[in-house]
Structure formats: structure tokens, C-alpha cells
Write a protein that binds this ligand. Structure first.
Ligand SMILES: Cc1cc2nc3c(=O)[nH]c(=O)nc-3n(C[C@H](O)[C@H](O)[C@H](O)COP(=O)(O)OP(=O)(O)OC[C@H]3O[C@@H](n4cnc5c(N)ncnc54)[C@H](O)[C@@H]3O)c2cc1C
Ligand code: HEM
Length: 393
């Protein structure tokens, strides 16, 4: 796919571009937002911009894509783009914006690398950019069409009415919402998320993702943990009440429970159990006889959201067991379940497919334990509640 000439130039310049990418991405975003302030206000997550995670994810993804192209010039590494494409569609970016990003990204590259960007170097990296952009656009077009299910793909945001608001713990609130436009609830797969668009007091429309934590006939449930200093989670907790309207994009996300009858392990920490609760709910609702191993880590019983759901859903599933770890349990609690999640005492059957969700240190530790227990790397799927800094890893 990448021409032989460009592959050579990209390979030769990758170390220089890779070393400079930490300087290129901030300049790119500064240029982009100076030219289009509305993108920072109403499209990009300004929390992720402030803490730098989105910049790191963008840089990592471009470097990883270029490296994969060099390793296999005849193949386009589409698989690694699925997560980005789902996120792009979920927040509503359109194909025209790829030209805008291209303009500011390449201006930033020239600003940082100066004369090193000869016409030959610029042309080679241009090819990488458009291979990546075209691959993303193709997946995004398909996802938009599927999500619209006969409607207009441009009609991304739909109004929903909050029919129930429920306090799961002192910091986690669930919202059960129904479409307010009379159209049916969109299809979703267990493990997927919705983007929620909120108008904040300064007039900005900020978008955040929330995994579906279950649902009911004609309704979706999502659950929000109030983050310290978090703009949108705090706003939803303080202002979104039963009867209110909230704007949601259709369910998206490349990590969902795949059909099958082999053993499945669902491991989460903290609020990472929202997609796991949806997966368990789905398994119970479909009367699954799969072997299901639920593993969850939390601070203590009071901070553990969906404790009752875990007990009830596990009880409904003949092949399910639950293993809960608390760092500081309240009252009596088994010693081997005290502390961080540790799979040493959990039997993991051959052929297990694992789904993980939680903070990065948790994902790293559990993934390592699963690999050591013989689970194939390809059978370990993970969701992260922020820009994926593993994309480039
Ligand atoms: C696929 C996916 C699924 C998700 N599912 C869920 C879910 O089911 N439930 C859930 O609760 N969350 C979920 N999230 C996380 C959610 O989308 C939000 O990121 C979360 O609610 C925090 O948003 P916020 O606006 O409250 O915080 P933000 O304002 O975006 O802040 C985020 C973090 O950045 C820090 N920050 C903000 N400004 C600065 C600054 N100037 N300098 C340094 N640091 C700063 C904040 O202190 C905070 O720790 C999911 C995320 C993804 C990507
Ligand atoms: C080849 C070009 C592009 C690449 C490589 C790229 C890469 C990425 C990556 C890696 C993420 C983070 C995904 C995750 O883990 O959650 C992301 C998210 C995002 N991208 Fe892109 N992107 C490209 C083009 C665009 C364009 C054209 C726009 C529109 C202006 C855009 C807007 C966004 C937004 C709004 C998010 C979510 C940001 C957030 O939540 O903080 N991207 N992109």
C-alpha cells in the first residue's frame, strides 16, 4: 500500500519524527484550535487536552501506524484503527475535517523539523497521513450508515428523556433514558458506550463517553462516576434529573462481548465495571450456559457500584462465579480477596476470552497475569476510559 520510495523515506525519518512528535502534537493542537476555536469548545474533550492524554494518543497512533506500514508495506493495518474510528463517529467528526487536520498537522511538522522536511520527506509522510485518513474514513462511513439504520447519518445526536435516576454509591449515579423523539432505541452490543453531549455554564458543548451499564425494553442505562474536578461528570450529577432531556449519540465501541460458548472472564476495577455489568446482564437475559468468571476490584463495599447487580446476575447464570477484591474491606472479608486484584487463586479455564476495563495499572497487571496463566494475547480485550495510550505501545 505504501509506495516503495515513501517506505524508504519514512523508515529513514521515523526516528527523527518519532523523537520530535512530543513537540509536534502540542503545536498542531495550538494551531488547530487557534484557527477553529469551536473545535476545542464543542468537539474535543477539553479535559483530555488539559491533561495531555489526547495529544499523546494521537502521536502514538501515527507513529504506530507508520511503523506497521514499514514492517508490512503491502498491508494497511486497519485493525488498529477500529478504536479511533468508533470514537470519531461517536463524537461526530466528518470527512471534510481530515483536510483541516492535515493542514495544521503538516504546518506543525514543518515548524518543528524545519529544513529537514524536504519535498521528498513531506510527500512520503503525506502518503502515510492519507493512507491512515482514508482507512479511517472508510470505516467511519460504514459505522455511520449502520448506526443510522435507515435514518440520516448526519442526524447523530438524539434527545433522550431521563426516566430514572439512581444513586449507585456516593459518587456513582445511573441514568435510565428513553428516546424523546418517538423513534426506537438504537441497537447496542454489550460493552459499547454512548457519547453524551452536555451544554456547560460557559456555553461550551462538551462530549464524554459513558459505557452502557445495562438497559431495559426501549431504554438505555449509563452510569457516571463523579470525578474530582471533572467538568461533565460533576455537571451531570448536579443537574441531570428525572424528566430532563439529554443528548446522546448512538452506541459505538469496538470492544463488546462476542458471541460464542467458550469460557469468558470479565475483569474490572472501580467504575470499569459498567461495561462488564452490561455483558453480565446480556448473558443472563439470553439464558447463557457459558462459564463466566467475574473478577472485580474496588476500594471497599461502599465504593463498589453494581454490587447487587453482580450478585443477582451471577446467581441467574449457572456457569458463573464472582471474585471480588477490596483494598480496605469493611468488616470480615477473606484475606485472599483483600488487596488489589490478583488472579493467582482464580482458576482460568483453557480457551478463555477475557474482557478488561479499569485504570492502566490495573489493565497492565491483569493482562500480565492472564498471559502467565496461558490466555492467548489475541483473546484479551480491554477498554480504557480515556484516550488509549496503548494504541502506540
Ligand atoms: C470508552 C469510554 C467509556 C467510558 N465509560 C465511562 C463510564 O461508564 N462511567 C464513567 O463514569 N466514566 C466513563 N468514561 C469516562 C468519561 O468519559 C469521562 O472521561 C469522565 O466522566 C470524566 O469527565 P469529566 O468531564 O467529569 O472530567 P474532565 O473535566 O474531562 O477531567 C478529566 C480528568 O482530567 C483532569 N483535568 C481537568 N482539567 C485539567 C487541567 N487543567 N490540568 C490537569 N488535569 C486536568 C481532571 O481532574 C480529571 O481527573 C468513559 C470513557 C471512555 C473513553
Ligand atoms: C489521520 C488522522 C487522525 C488520526 C491519526 C487521529 C487519531 C486519533 C486518536 C488516536 C484518538 C484517540 C482515540 C481513543 O483512544 O479514544 C482520536 C480521537 C479524536 N479525534 Fe482523531 N484522528 C485523526 C483525525 C481526526 C480529525 C480529522 C478530527 C476532527 C477534527 C479528529 C477529532 C478527534 C476527536 C474529537 C477525538 C476525541 C477526543 C477526545 O475525546 O479527547 N480526529 N483521534
Amino acid at each position: 500500500m505504501l509506495s516503495a520510495k515513501s517506505a524508504e523515506v519514512v523508515e529513514a525519518t521515523l526516528p527523527v519524527v518519532g523523537a520530535a512528535i512530543g513537540d509536534i502534537t502540542p503545536r498542531f493542537y495550538d494551531r488547530l484550535f487557534a484557527a477553529h476555536p469551536e473545535l476545542l469548545r464543542d468537539l474535543f474533550n477539553r479535559g483530555n487536552q488539559a491533561n495531555g492524554t489526547q495529544r499523546e494518543a494521537l502521536a502514538g497512533s501515527i507513529a504506530a501506524f507508520a511503523s506497521a506500514l514499514i514492517a508490512n508495506p503491502d498491508q494497511r493495518p486497519d485493525a488498529m484503527l477500529a478504536r479511533i474510528a468508533h470514537k470519531h463517529v461517536s463524537v461526530g467528526i466528518d470527512n471534510e475535517q481530515y483536510k483541516v487536520v492535515h493542514e495544521h498537522l503538516f504546518a506543525a511538522i514543518v515548524e518543528v523539523l524545519g529544513a529537514a522536511v524536504t519535498p521528498e520527506v513531506a510527500a512520503a509522510w503525506d502518503e502515510v497521513y492519507w493512507l491512515m485518513a482514508n482507512a479511517l474514513m472508510a470505516v467511519e462511513d460504514r459505522l455511520r450508515d449502520e448506526a443510522a439504520a435507515g435514518g440520516d447519518p448526519a442526524d447523530l445526536w438524539r434527545p433522550y428523556t431521563v426516566v430514572t435516576r439512581y444513586q449507585e454509591t456516593s459518587t456513582v449515579t445511573s441514568y435510565l433514558v428513553r428516546p424523546a423523539d418517538g423513534r426506537p432505541v438504537p441497537a447496542s452490543r454489550p460493552g459499547q458506550y454512548v457519547s453524551v453531549r452536555t451544554e456547560l455554564p460557559d456555553g461550551a458543548h462538551q462530549i464524554r463517553q459513558y459505557s452502557l451499564s445495562g438497559g431495559a425494553d426501549g431504554a438505555l442505562r449509563f452510569s457516571v462516576k463523579r470525578e474530582d474536578g471533572g467538568e461533565v461528570s460533576g455537571h451531570l450529577h448536579d443537574h441531570l434529573r428525572t424528566g430532563d432531556t439529554v443528548e446522546l449519540a448512538p452506541p459505538m465501541g469496538d470492544i463488546f462481548l462476542a458471541d460464542g460458548d467458550g469460557p469468558v472472564l470479565l475483569a474490572s476495577a472501580g467504575i470499569g465495571n459498567t461495561p462488564m455489568t452490561a455483558m453480565l446482564d446480556h448473558l443472563a437475559a439470553t439464558g447463557s450456559s457459558r462459564q463466566v468468571i467475574s473478577v472485580h476490584g474496588d476500594h471497599d463495599q461502599l465504593s463498589h457500584a453494581f454490587r447487587a447487580d453482580l450478585e443477582q446476575l451471577t446467581a441467574k447464570l449457572p456457569g458463573a462465579t464472582a471474585h471480588v477484591f477490596y483494598e480496605r474491606p469493611l468488616g470480615e472479608w477473606p484475606a485472599e480477596r483483600t488487596g488489589l486484584v490478583d488472579l493467582a487463586t482464580v482458576e482460568i479455564p483453557a480457551g478463555t476470552t477475557a474482557y478488561l476495563c479499569g485504570p492502566l495499572p490495573f489493565l497492565r497487571a491483569v493482562r500480565g497475569q492472564l498471559l502467565a496463566a496461558g490466555v492467548a494475547a489475541a483473546d484479551i480485550h480491554y477498554e480504557v476510559f480515556g484516550p488509549d495510550l496503548w494504541l502506540g505501545a
